[in-house]
Ligand binder design. Structure first.
Ligand code: ARG
Length: 466
């Protein structure tokens, strides 16, 4: 393109250039397709910067008013979808500045005083990630509310608890759902923590060394909702660990989502039949008319690849980068946007599925008693009632399980005579502990699966999420 003075080269940085960049150079250099998403943040940063420049007397009030009016117009154009994003102007910062120049003329050239694209992009991106962390945390709390509601309905619905995906001890469905309430609670807190740590304003670091103009960094920080300005100009333009931290929180959260998604897939198979999902969250097969597939759960299970991939992507971009800014860092945005888009959709779809699912109480209760799941209760009874050392009780119980297995029956179906053949002291009240309901009701230790404990945790979370 041709700049305003009629010379070949770039209108905003082409002063020392006499020829146009190669087409390939332009293509590899341009980021506007990605960073146009930062338009709102860029305008907010420019408005705060211009106001501060005027307040400190670095630019005149008349120029500032023209700049604010022009930025307002640009905002209107962007919202209306009439703004033309130009690849030859590289990025969002130069697209906005070029349009400002068209709209208000020479005064536009004063906006970039005491500023560089390096602190500008550091600011814009930080504002975006800060917002994304806030959104993720609040979305996760909505998911927790949905889980809490379902847990309250099912605090005493028996189901098998598993280890190694083998029946281990009976629990309740509500207790199982509450495990995820805890996980998503920590995920939300991780986003809060990341947000709090990143809440320092890099604007005013300029290219890398600060500026000789008498700027007021505290004022721009305040205007943009930051706790304080960043304290080192090199760090301000070089660091992207705020995004890495947000992506780490995202990757951990996506891992949790994938586990719940996997369980939904398992619970939905006819072999388990623990839950069903309605037409709203399942799909059919184009060839097998009987199918009802949990595609949303499977996709959530898979999204962790994208989200963790983004963390690895940006970590590798930042690895070994010398201070201060390097164009490598322009590659920070695409993976971050992609990860948060995927995470947002995943959390929303998971919330939808939790609201949608119907627990099959009968199937869960039947499975809760399978696999000799009350064996630990028998061992505990032998310790409590007969004073056996736990190891010995474990051994006796193991033999009872073997006997039941040989007879093809459940532990609770073994006769007293059978049991007494293994341990003479066993009495009839042993049967009180051999049902899944009794097993669950007895686990009243703090955080245990007894419905009373589960309800106490539900009440605590309801309070904290109110
Ligand atoms: N588009 C660039 C980015 O996203 C903005 C900063 C460019 N700075 C520079 N010195 N070329 O990183």
């Amino acid at each position: 393109m041709t700049d305003d003075s009629g010379k070949a080269g770039h209108s905003l940085w082409g002063g020392r250039f006499s020829a146009k960049p190669a087409d390939l150079m332009r293509r590899i250099n341009a980021s506007i397709d990605v960073d146009r998403r930062l338009a709102g943040e860029d305008l907010a940063g420019s408005r705060a910067h211009a106001a501060m420049l005027a307040a400190t007397g670095v630019i005149g009030d008349v120029d500032e008013q023209a700049i604010q009016a022009g930025l307002g117009l640009i905002e209107t154009e962007i919202t209306a979808g009439t703004f033309t994003f130009r690849e030859d102007l590289e990025d969002i910062h130069m697209n906005v500045e070029a349009r400002l120049t068209e709209l208000i003329g020479a005064a536009a050239g004063r906006l970039h005083t005491a500023r560089s694209r390096n602190d500008q992009v550091a600011l814009d991106f930080r504002l975006w990630v800060r917002e994304a962390c806030g959104r993720a945390a609040s979305q996760l709390r909505d998911l927790q509310r949905s889980l809490l509601r379902r847990a309250e309905e099912t605090a005493d619905v028996l189901m098998p608890g598993f280890t190694h995906l083998q029946p281990a001890q009976p629990v309740t469905f509500g207790h199982h759902l509450m495990a995820y309430v805890e996980m998503f609670g920590r995920d939300a807190a991780r986003f809060d923590d990341a947000r709090a740590r990143m809440n320092e304003c890099p604007l005013g670091a300029a290219a890398l060394a600060g500026t000789s103009f008498p700027i007021d960094r505290a004022a721009t920080a305040r205007a943009l909702g930051f706790d304080r300005p960043t304290a080192n100009s090199l760090d301000s333009v070089s660091s992207r660990d705020f995004a890495l931290e947000a992506l780490s929180a995202g990757a951990i959260c996506a891992t949790h989502l994938s586990r719940l998604a996997e369980e939904i897939v398992i619970w939905m198979t006819p072999g388990f039949g623990f839950i069903s999902l309605s037409d709203a969250f399942t799909t059919g097969s184009s060839i097998m008319p009987q199918k009802r597939n949990p595609d949303a759960a499977e996709l959530i299970r898979a999204k962790v690849g994208r989200i963790l991939g983004s963390l690895v992507n940006l970590t590798v971009v930042m690895k070994g980068l010398p201070l201060a800014y390097g164009k490598d860092m322009q590659e920070d945005k695409a993976p971050t946007f992609e990860a948060f888009d995927a995470l947002e959709l995943s959390v929303a779809a998971m919330t939808g599925m939790i609201d949608d699912l119907t627990p099959n109480r009968a199937a869960m209760a039947a499975a809760a008693g399978s696999g000799f799941s009350t064996a630990t209760d028998l061992a505990d009874w032998l310790v409590r009632r007969l004073g056996l050392p736990f190891r010995q009780a474990h051994h006796v119980t193991g033999r009872a399980v073997a006997r039941a297995e040989a007879l093809g029956c459940d532990l609770s179906a073994l006769s007293l005579v059978e049991l007494q053949a293994l341990e003479a002291g066993i009495a009839a009240d042993v049967y009180d502990v051999l049902t899944p309901a009794a097993s669950v009701a007895s686990r009243t230790s703090y955080g245990g699966t007894a419905p009373s404990q589960v309800r106490a945790q539900i009440a605590r979370w309801k309070d904290s999420l109110a």
